[in-house]
Ligand binder design. Structure first.
Ligand SMILES: [Zn+2]
Length: 290
């Protein structure tokens, strides 16, 4: 009679090793399939840096990815309201700005313009056109510097100088900041909040600072839009203005309302940062605060 073979410790170890290898292989295949699915999806809704970040998913489910009162940063509008904000950066551009403003006025569509001080100083008339019909003006620094590379007092100067030029042209002080290239860190947010700015991120963009097919811009924006979206467009090419009518009419056709960032914040019950910041936040951002 043949006795059943008893598995030895070595065999058990081998089996465990094979199981681990299968889990790793299957897991890797699943991750590659998910990545390829994301990569080839023409209108990717969730940026890859969010999709692979578990902390982002926790914040997303808790809702704190919308507005962070500690830093004064707006990431996303109210997801319960069918409203979206159109933000347009880098103006006033003398070549394409006037057409963008005229199109927005033609469609009676409010927008928030994040303005560069250097251009505001050169083209104050275009800036005045922007505010004529109730469009909103925000701060995009004096000369489009990447803020994380600067010292705190230099960041403060970038914001103050831009605000001074905008105020000179329009009589309006800015309370919203869009950092150039959306590059920021804790230092930028601390200075921004100390100067009573709310920092405004975006949810949907189409790289329209480069020449693009206008239908690519409008399709990409429209497909990614959802309740509370913040659209980012620019004033640097003639393609953006060609994409605007399709963006506005298609999204309105889907029942969305366009609002300014100030209105969006109001509908999220977020108060403006108009209280004086505590002295401790003013360490080395220099004079001019008081
Ligand atoms: Zn910019």
């Amino acid at each position: 009679m043949e006795l059943p073979t008893l598995s030895t410790g070595g065999e058990k170890q081998e089996k465990r090793k094979n199981k681990r290898t299968s889990v790793i292989v299957i897991g890797s295949i699943v991750l590659v399939v998910i990545y390829l699915g994301w990569h080839f999806d023409k209108y990717r809704k969730i940026p890859i840096e969010h999709a692979i970040n578990p902390i982002w998913w926790i914040r997303h489910n808790a809702g704190t990815d919308l507005y962070d009162p500690d830093t004064g940063m707006l990431y996303h509008g109210n997801p319960k309201l069918k409203e979206i904000a159109l933000t347009i950066d880098d103006g006033p551009n003398p070549l394409y700005g006037p057409d963008i403003i005229a199109t927005l006025h033609q469609y009676n569509c409010p927008a928030t313009f994040f303005v560069v001080g250097l251009r505001a100083r050169q083209y104050p008339n275009i800036l005045r056109e922007m505010v004529k019909d109730g469009d909103e003006i925000g701060n995009h620094t004096y000369d489009h510097q990447r803020l994380p590379a600067l010292k705190p007092h230099e960041i403060a100067d970038e914001l103050r100088d831009d605000d001074a030029d905008i105020f000179r042209a329009t009589g309006i002080h800015t309370r919203l900041l869009r950092p150039p290239g959306m590059e920021y860190n804790q230092k930028v947010l601390t200075v921004s909040k100390a100067l009573r700015y709310q920092t405004i991120s975006y949810t949907d963009a189409a790289k329209d600072f480069l020449p693009q097919d206008p239908s690519f811009i409008s399709n990409r924006i429209v497909d990614r839009c959802e309740n509370g979206s913040i659209i980012l467009l620019h004033q640097d090419t003639p393609d953006t203005v060609k994409a605007l009518p399709a963006i506005i009419t298609t999204l309105r056709g889907q029942g969305y309302t366009f609002v300014t960032i100030a209105t969006m914040l109001k509908h999220m019950n977020v108060p403006p940062l108009d209280n004086k910041p505590p002295k401790s936040q003013l360490w080395d951002i220099g004079p001019g605060q008081e």
